[in-house]
Design a protein around this ligand. Sequence first.
Ligand code: SDX
Length: 429
Amino acid sequence: MADKKATLHIEGQAPVDMPIMDGTIGPEVIDVRKLGTSGYFTFDPGFLATASCESQITYIDGDKGVLLHRGFPIDQLANNADYLEVCYILLNGQAPSREEYEAFKDIVTRHTMVHEQISSFFHGFRRDAHPMAVMCGVVGALAAFYHDSLDVSNDEHREIAAFRLLSKMPTLSAMCYKYSIGQPFIYPRNDLTYAENFLHMMFANPCEEYEVNPVVARAMDKIFTLHADHEQNASTSTVRLAGSSGANPFACIAAGIASLWGPAHGGANEACLRMLEEIGSLDNIDEYVEKAKDKDDPFRLMGFGHRVYKNYDPRATVMREACHEVLKELNIKDPLLDVAMELERIALSDEYFVSKKLYPNVDFYSGIILKAIGIPVSMFTVIFALSRTVGWIAHWSEMHSDPNNRIGRPRQLYTGEELREFKPLHERE
Ligand code: SDX
């Protein structure tokens, strides 16, 4: 859009013209990079009205509940592609040919083992450590093992680091679980799909054969896809900011894992299931809905609300369908599903939630499926981190390919002390 601009009029100053930039779809942006010449900064804690970068990976329309990965709608990808094909699309921008898909899958499959010494690295943790604490440690430690892929200015280094992370996250995640229950680590197998391999490493043991249930594997793969990327969310923005300093990819992904752990973000799936367990029965729902509405009560309905979605999270729709499929296939009657569905029905008809446009998000149903599959609650956010690694890598790579890429360094509104003389302690006594 040629020459569209916003003009800022500040009393006593010449007007500041700022160009308006438009994207393919979605809101236009005011380019405030020239604002500095006026002596003013923008002020936007939490970045509610700030676009931190230009990106071509994922688009979200929060009002319409739309999520596109490289233009493809999330429900079409979740129902018609497997996670590795979605990874290819996120990383390369286009759907792969059969040959490209097979080559990509072969590279990922052949990088799933981790350095044998990483196994002993686990033994420095307590068995009851939260698996997200372990993942922060072991993923960051990959930089100590793979010195041949740390030069972020080298395209080949960036590519091999991306494949190593995508391939090894399921192995490291399953190792967290096995370590926590005192069972031996299970090596990856090259004859299994990505999701089958993860489930096999999670639940197999050396004493007997373990057959992966294909319905469960399909649901696991769908869960991976539904969590793969979500534009500039907190953990992805963390990875971009860490990466902007030139930090190595393993350190950047470890930073993303740390940010995702928070209960307001990826930790919500664990917090949501614990909330459903605390509510316990249909009889208690009204009490908890009232608590969530009480401004003086810090309790929130976990799995509800979203910074961008002011409509139903399209991932939650697919997740709910998968939830019913898995419980039916495994012949599980989980009362928590009844609680979740009744809680959703009540919340979606309650003025408080309707007026604030609070809908179930991706974390609302995922916990029920993961619990049905046999994954412990403490591993829920690890699954989210495993799934989101491809999104983090895609954004990290996009950032390094962006000619506008420079170190991220926000400014501030300072409201602290003015200049004052310091007196040494003996003069202050
Ligand atoms: C993820 O960014 C992403 O894309 C994240 C994610 C991804 O894929 O990367 O989608 C994954 O993190 C999903 C969100 C998971 N988190 C939760 O489910 C935790 C519960 N939800 C909330 O904490 C909250 O909704 C956030 C953190 C998700 C969004 O917070 P915002 O955008 O800062 O909104 P807010 O906290 O200012 O809430 C707006 C209002 C407030 O009331 P008022 O101050 O206006 O009176 O809505 C209320 C809040 O009190 N509110 C809730 C609520 N969420 C918001 N009230 C009760 N229960 C809730 N869940």
